[in-house]
Design a protein around this ligand. Sequence first.
Ligand SMILES: Cc1ncc(COP(=O)(O)O)c(C=O)c1O
Length: 339
Amino acid sequence: MSNIDWKNLPFGYQKTDYNVRCYWRNGQWGKLEVSSSETINIHMAATCLHYGQEAFEGLKAFRCKDGKVRVFRWEENAKRLNRSADGIMMQTVPIELFKEAMELVVNLNIGYVPPQDTGSSLYIRPLLIGSGPKVGVQPADEYLFMIFVTPVGPYFKEGFKPVNVQIIRDFDRAAPLGTGHIKVGGNYAASLIAGQRAHKEGYSTAIFLDAHDKKFIDEAGPANFFAIKGNSYITPQSKSILPSITNMSLRALAEDMGMKVELRSIAVDELADFDEVGACGTAAVISPIKKIQDRDTGAVYEYCPDGNAGPVSTKLYNRLRAIQYGDEPDKFGWMHVIE
Ligand SMILES: Cc1ncc(COP(=O)(O)O)c(C=O)c1O
């Protein structure tokens, strides 16, 4: 690991030494297995390949100021994985199995947890797939739960920098009564064209609107949306967005800072009234937004008049990062010590 340039890691895949796997077969979870192979061998008729029985999670381990390695809010990811499993009729993963697998895979790859002062972290990717064969459309009889880890760099290499995003209406990532509220692969496949087009057109992501009325903000690609107006932290309430654990944490911090938290529909027209807006998620914590361009109406909403993130977004970002890296006491009990 001595050859890793910790400060310049991309947000991408890098091989580590081990991953862990566990199969549900014959009505029960088997033994947790350790593997050093990057590939899995599955049946060609596995339901994950044909009928989208696939869910995943994303969380991070941090090397803290005291030298210990801690994982952020892992129980929330474990619970969300099980909500995803229930939503597409997969076998759920016992919380204790999730914890054991996560602790084992982080410990086995402990040398890949980046040093504290680099802004990098160890990304943890749990995955649950239907691995049993079916030809008719039905849930599998066999499931594979696995976790791999990979060291990732800070999302913003040049620091906490505001981005431009675009509102689009010609694609939906999820239907109102569909699977938008769970973390299943199909949602991401449905968002690829809009996301890639946004990049090509010079935006960091596309903002999806509610699929029914195309009137309200849903979410920003793989991140939730939030806005600051006066002393309020406002974030969309919608059945078709993923309940972000970062967003949940920012709401707690906003409340702790004496702000009012509003969980409600946000109409596109309201964008002109906000002081600050941003996207939030595990990868970046917060991506401050400096410009939102409506791809259909041409309307432009601008923030960050001096080119920097607004004061409230900056404070929220700094506080959450300080808790994650152990620079601030963990008063909410969000961090779990691994080593
Ligand atoms: C669609 C979507 N929304 C929001 C988020 C942010 O969620 P979290 O803060 O739990 O990473 C993610 C990433 O997991 C996502 O994929």
